[in-house]
Design a protein around this ligand. Structure first.
Ligand code: SF4
Length: 363
């Protein structure tokens, strides 16, 4: 390890722990040499940063994943969720099934994403949002990735701004962060060439911010990406946030290889925690950082709270995407188990609403 690299690493930790902005070379130094003593120092700095922002609180939301259909021909190499119409694991939900789920579970937040298809085209999704809003005025509707927005615009012959404005008027309040994958032209061409690439993804999110919608941002890692590409992803997001300011939460997604995929193993728990910690130190302007247990596992996600995360996603029922990709995690986490998990990890569980405010329940 060079003296310069060591100096930059120490400086990055010190600044990051105090919530100060890291220069790009300092951010890169965080991942330059990963060794046990560095990992320990990195985790401590991320925890100090997290405590400055959130104290001992760790939030979660009672949400319902709605994945209306998994039919999709985009052919992303890492996707075990998508199906052709005749595949055994193809499914299409009806409006009535979706509304019955919402009626049964009464979630705080509905998270709607699906594949790119004409079974559930734009107008049908728009009508679904209108029905949900009419029946559940208080429901936080977080719906449709940038990838779906681009597809809706293309197939409905509208601009992305028109689609976003219509969805907002119908009741969408936020966009989920999926489809970003990793901001690497190299990996985009190789793994998801048929859907929007890094620049388009950022542009659509900034369009949404301009219309007053908040959005999340994800990063898929552990499928052949490099540390340099991960740090670049974080720096691109930070710059975009400086410009448009609408990102509410960043969610690192540990790749789940699934059966027969092109890579045998996803990232180790320690690698996942390292990504969480570096994200906490680099993303000084995106308020929240989520531990996404459906992909990392409940234990690693809970440990992520000590490595910089302040939110655990969520009490989800029937999440399909990670599970069709082979995730061995449970399909839903009840509220009681979520609060117990957060307590066991040493934090104070706080149930939140869709905008990260506290959700008070009666009784
Ligand atoms: S990742 Fe999304 S766009 Fe790509 S194949 Fe899967 S469902 Fe389709």
């Amino acid at each position: 390890m060079s003296h310069r690299s060591d100096t930059l690493f120490q400086l990055a930790l010190e600044k990051g722990a105090h919530g100060q902005r890291l220069e790009a070379d300092e951010a890169r130094a965080l991942a330059a040499v990963i060794s046990p003593d560095r990992l320990h120092a990195l985790g401590r700095a991320a925890l100090a940063n997290r405590r400055r922002r959130f104290g001992e609180r760790a939030t979660f939301v009672f949400n319902l994943q709605i994945n209306p259909a998994n039919i999709c021909g985009a052919g992303c190499t890492f996707c075990n969720y998508a199906a052709s119409r005749n595949d055994a694991h193809a499914y299409v939900m009806s409006e009535e099934e979706i509304l019955a789920k919402v009626a049964q579970l009464q979630p705080t937040e509905a998270h709607i994403v699906g594949g790119l298809n004409q079974v559930w085209p734009y107008e049908r999704n728009l009508a679904l949002v209108r029905r949900l809003r009419a029946q559940y005025p208080g429901l936080h509707i977080k719906a449709y990735t940038a990838v779906e927005i681009a597809y809706f615009a293309k197939t409905a012959r509208k601009s992305e701004a028109e689609v976003l404005a219509e969805l907002k008027a119908a009741g969408v309040e936020a966009l989920p962060g999926g489809g970003a994958e990793i901001f690497s032209e190299r990996l985009w061409r190789q793994h998801w060439p048929n859907k929007v690439g890094p620049q388009e993804w950022v542009r659509i999110h900034q369009l949404a911010h301009g219309l007053g919608l908040t959005t999340n941002a994800t990063m898929l890692f552990g499928f052949g990406d490099t540390w340099e590409e991960r740090i670049d992803h974080l720096l691109i997001l930070r710059q975009a946030q400086d410009q448009s300011g609408g990102f509410a939460c960043f969610i690192p997604l540990a790749f789940q290889p699934g059966e027969g995929n092109f890579i045998a193993h996803g990232p180790t728990p320690l690698e996942t925690l390292t990504v969480v910690a570096i994200a906490r130190l680099v993303l000084d302007n995106i308020p929240h950082l989520k531990s996404y247990w459906p992909m990392s596992g409940v234990e690693t996600a809970a440990a992520g709270l000590s490595w910089g995360a302040d939110d655990m996603d969520g009490t989800i029922s029937e999440e399909k995407i990670a599970h069709l990709a082979g995730a061995p995690t449970p399909k839903g986490l009840a509220r009681e188990r979520m609060t117990e998990t957060i307590r066991m990890a040493g934090f104070v569980p706080v149930e939140r609403d869709g905008r990260f405010g506290e959700r008070k329940r009666e009784g």
